[in-house]
Design a binder for this molecule. Structure first.
Ligand code: PLP
Length: 257
């Protein structure tokens, strides 16, 4: 059985973060492990607080896993602050990581800053160069590049700039574009386009976490990057179709194979 690790934050209401990652791993038939970077106080209506886990405990969680277990793929989600990012990058660099998906989580749909503003530079400097693939949505791609993104051409420019920051592949997710929901993958030479239907639901909590974990699962199983993303896109589309309300606010997506 393939073994997957998520390094991310806890979402107490279970739709995003570590909880979404582990559910996605299970649904893909891989064994999920977790290094928790922060605990959020969260329900479907918003994020009401955060407790960061100390860098020492994050470092030791990573070390005991890699010293003991061979890990087929790693996904990094919420990393909170500069010190956390530096610790994760330094600790992971001691090991050979097969497949690393970096989801540059910044602001929740409810508007809470899951990444402190001043930590953006650390994410760019320390995590992006290690990534097999980085998966920004449009607002995240705008923050990383400083570009305003309104068109497919803007998305391609952003992918190019992010590619130069060091990841092997860049997936810019166009779900926030008005006209068409197209995602683009860039490998430094070729653009691959992924079209998907826009599904009309308010229950999209945790879609970014779920997609990046699905990509990591597929890479861990040995799929090519193009295939890993294609399958992950199918997975998230069905998960959004099956999304449902669990509270008064934005509900989670849901999918089991
Ligand atoms: N909480 C945690 C711990 C997360 O990692 C994320 C997203 O990455 C979110 C909340 C935000 O989820 P959403 O913006 O889909 O509501």
């Amino acid at each position: 059985m393939k073994k997957l690790l998520t390094i991310a934050g806890s979402d107490s209401c279970g739709g995003a973060g570590i909880q979404a990652d582990l559910k996605t791993f299970s649904a893909h038939g891989v064994f999920g492990m977790s290094v928790i970077t922060a605990v959020t106080v969260q329900n479907t209506q918003g994020v009401f607080g955060v407790q960061d886990i100390s860098p020492d405990i994050i470092q030791r969680q990573i070390e005991v896993i890699f010293d003991d277990i061979s890990v087929d793929a790693v996904k990094i989600g919420m990393v909170s602050k500069t010190e956390t990012i530096k610790t994760i990058a330094e600790t992971l660099s001691k090991y050979s990581i097969q497949n690393l998906v970096v989801d540059p989580v910044m602001v929740s749909k409810s508007g809470f800053h899951l990444l402190q503003l001043e930590a953006k530079e650390a994410l760019i400097t320390h995590l992006l160069p290690m990534a097999t693939v980085v998966t920004p949505n449009l607002p995240e791609a705008e923050v990383i590049t400083g570009l305003e993104i309104n068109t497919l051409e803007d998305m391609k420019k952003a992918a190019h700039i992010i590619y130069k920051m060091g990841p092997k592949y860049v997936l810019v997710k166009g779900g926030h574009l008005e006209d068409e929901a197209v995602d683009i993958l860039y490998d430094g030479t070729v653009f691959t386009y992924y079209n998907s239907p826009r599904i009309d639901t308010k229950n999209t909590h945790g879609t970014g976490c779920t997609l990046s974990s699905a990509i990591a699962s597929n890479l861990g199983k040995g799929l090519s990057i193009v295939e890993a993303i294609e399958k992950a896109k199918n997975y998230i589309t069905i998960a959004i179709e099956n999304s449902f309300s669990i509270g008064k606010g934005v509900g989670p997506t849901h999918h089991f194979y």
